[in-house]
Design a protein around this ligand. Structure first.
Ligand SMILES: Cc1cc2nc3c(=O)[nH]c(=O)nc-3n(C[C@H](O)[C@H](O)[C@H](O)COP(=O)(O)O)c2cc1C
Length: 332
């Protein structure tokens, strides 16, 4: 509680543990927190980088950025202002942030709600309902991205075809690479109790969509009926982007993504991301040029909509044991 003398290390440890609920590319959870007596350090865990899918580490850093944003929400909800220094050591690019406890603060209602949203947030790849999210809700999400340190461009109707083409082309390029296919197979065929990767229950069923979702099971027979109904007709698409395409901006992009995803919960919407069109240079450039009009560097595409009550329930992804990702450092 605010103002009470609690052990800073245990407060920081709890915040880092909650932050492990953050989303990550293929649920790799590529982070490690070292929790010291008065601060905690967020490290990128390069052993968990998807070297074929994400050779630049863009999605890895975005994922860590969401974890950083979640930790800050947890600290505010616990009654402390987080003090964050991003990339504090020029000699160590894997040290992404150092977080200390600032002054005590009474948690706002918004912050408590964001904390609760972290506990139930998830990606939803099921086809959306035939109802569009409101413009006011979408505006709230773009404001959340701006406040979080990046931007969200709402794809205009006439730009959706470009996104569809980019996703399709990225899929062709990636599926033709054996290393990519091996990585995909590896991260989608884990046991449920391994606490990482994508369990079968969250993978999308074959569907004819306006913008196809990454094919997570390319070896599966995905035959559709002759004239399938088009799914996601009312989905809206958005591009998360920033001013530069470098790790410092990806980290802020991840923090903005965290704010957007918690906003999605608050607004009663559903979301799933597409990083495949960003992973391939040609389609990343296409989106930067044709969708963002050259105004920024794209980090992730989002599919936003209203969850359909007609869809079967969605499975959940699990997380690694907290002891693997949150490491208390004993006092000297
Ligand atoms: C940077 C990033 C990239 C992602 N790329 C994709 C993607 O291309 N396709 C997809 O269906 N999900 C994608 N995801 C969603 C993750 O697979 C998902 O967050 C993870 O499996 C954990 O599940 P949860 O978010 O439901 O807790 C991405 C997530 C992040 C943070």
């Amino acid at each position: 509680m605010a103002g009470q003398a609690r052990d800073p290390q245990s407060i920081l440890r709890e915040a880092a543990a909650i932050a492990s609920l953050a989303p990550s590319i293929h649920n790799t959870q590529p982070w490690q927190w070292l929790v010291h007596e008065h601060d905690t350090e967020l490290y990128a865990d390069r052993t968990r980088q998807l070297l074929a899918t994400d050779p630049d580490g863009r999605s890895l850093t975005l994922s860590c950025g969401v974890a950083l944003q979640h930790a800050q929400v947890a600290l505010r909800a616990a009654g402390y202002l987080p003090d964050v220094v991003r990339l504090p050591d020029l000699e160590d690019e894997d040290l992404l942030a150092r977080v200390t406890l600032g002054g005590a603060t009474a948690p706002s209602a918004e912050c408590v709600r964001d904390y609760q949203s972290m506990l139930i947030r998830h990606m939803d790849r099921r086809p959306f309902a035939d109802r569009a999210p409101s413009e006011a809700a979408l505006r709230e999400l773009t404001a959340a991205a701006d406040a979080g340190g990046a931007h969200l461009h709402l794809v205009r109707p006439e730009q959706v075809t470009t996104v569809t083409m980019a996703v399709g082309r990225a899929g062709e390029v990636e599926q033709s690479e054996p290393a990519y296919r091996r990585e995909l197979h590896d991260w989608t065929h884990r046991d449920l109790d391994s606490g990482e990767g994508l369990p079968a229950g969250v993978l999308p069923e074959p569907a004819a969509r306006r913008v196809p979702i990454r094919d997570f099971a390319p070896d599966r027979d995905a035959a559709l009926p002759d004239e399938p109904a088009l799914a996601d007709r009312y989905a809206r698409y958005a591009v998360l982007y920033g001013d530069r395409d470098d790790p410092a901006h990806w980290l802020r992009g991840g923090e903005a993504l965290g704010a957007v995803l918690l906003g999605v919960v608050r607004l009663g919407l559903a979301v799933s991301p597409y990083s495949d069109p960003i992973e391939v240079l040609a389609t990343r450039q296409l989106i930067a040029r044709e969708v963002l009009s050259g105004l920024g560097a794209p980090y992730l595409v989002l599919r936003l909509g209203v969850a359909s009550p007609e869809q079967p329930p969605r499975a959940r992804t699990a997380r690694r044991p907290v002891a693997d990702t949150v490491v208390p450092v004993p006092r000297d």
